[in-house]
Design a protein around this ligand. Structure first.
Ligand code: ATP
Ligand code: MG
Length: 274
């Protein structure tokens, strides 16, 4: 599908931004991504001018219904998709100008499993470590630790083509983490995992806060987001509907849990036909 070319002038850095700002890991500024609709259909405003900041060391949940624009946003933040307008700074580096620097800082667990099926789990992990130019002994050391922590040690010598959906997610999470990145983008990291592995994975994601990682996470497991995230943003139809700590949002919308907030905010838009 064609992308709409809304940018007509050369990219200009927005004014009045602190650059770089070490307290802010991710600074999203009026970010937009539109897709041209097929014949007879409206254009899709996948991301329609969202702005927010994620602090360094924060576990940040990016929540929204199917098709809300979460993956599209992540793809722009990691340099896989070019925005139509707006920008984002990752640790002060601009996604339009500084992608090589950004790629050094980030680890990505994409929504669609990105592993080489003909390689074993271990070989996949080594490959990612090598791509990040890690020393061999460091790759081996971290591989062993991560395999144990994320419960994939037993299957790690088997080819990934025989992995179940949940195992592929586990492997993808490890490949995202192998180079010990400062900032992690996790797009539905626990989909397809059985409850025990899922709980272990959530505990592990939570523990990354202790070592001061910034985590940008999408999930449909709202309960886990409530338990773990410092703050969450809720988006729908490409727009940011609200942002805050789970506790503050539950107070604001007078609900007992974050799922209630989610239902109220996203449901209202459906009811009112917005
Ligand atoms: N390549 C594309 N061409 C046209 N429309 C697209 C394309 N990619 C995404 N979209 C549309 O953009 C919108 C946002 O999609 P996106 O994948 O970002 O949603 P999401 O919030 O990640 O949803 P989910 O929870 O289902 O993963 C959707 O309406 C989707 O159909
Ligand atoms: Mg998605």
């Amino acid at each position: 599908m064609n992308e709409i070319k809304t940018r007509t002038k050369p990219y200009e850095k927005p004014e009045n931004i602190r650059y770089p700002n070490s307290e802010i890991s991710i600074d999203v500024i009026d970010l937009k991504k539109y897709y041209r609709g097929k014949r007879g259909y409206d254009d899709v405003k996948a991301v329609d001018g969202i702005s927010f900041q994620v602090k360094s060391g924060e576990l940040f949940g990016f929540l929204g219904p199917n098709g809300a624009g979460k993956t599209t946003t992540i793809q722009m933040l990691i340099g896989l998709l070019k925005p139509n307008d707006g920008t984002a700074l990752i640790n002060g580096y601009d996604i339009h100008e500084d992608l090589p620097n950004i790629k050094e800082l980030i680890g990505v667990c994409p929504q669609e499993a990105a592993v080489f099926k003909h390689l074993t789990g271990k070989e996949n992990i080594s490959l990612f470590g090598n791509l990040h130019l890690m020393p061999k002994d460091e790759i081996l050391r971290r591989t062993e630790t991560l395999l144990k922590t994320l419960d994939l040690a037993r299957a790690s010598k088997r080819k990934a083509k025989g992995y179940s959906g949940g195992m592929l997610r586990q492997l993808n999470l490890i490949t995202a983490l192998i180079h010990d990145p400062m900032i992690l983008f996790l797009d539905e990291p626990t989909v397809g995992m059985d409850p025990r592995v899922r709980r272990k994975t959530w505990e592990f994601i939570g523990s990354l806060k202790q070592v001061n990682k910034t985590i940008f996470l999408t999930t449909h497991y709202i309960e886990e987001a409530e338990a773990l995230c410092d703050r969450v943003a809720i988006i729908d139809y490409g727009e940011l509907l609200d942002i805050g700590s789970p506790k503050d949002l539950m107070e604001k919308y007078q609900t007992n849990d974050l799922e209630g907030v989610f239902m109220k905010i996203t449901g209202r838009r459906i009811m009112e036909g917005i």
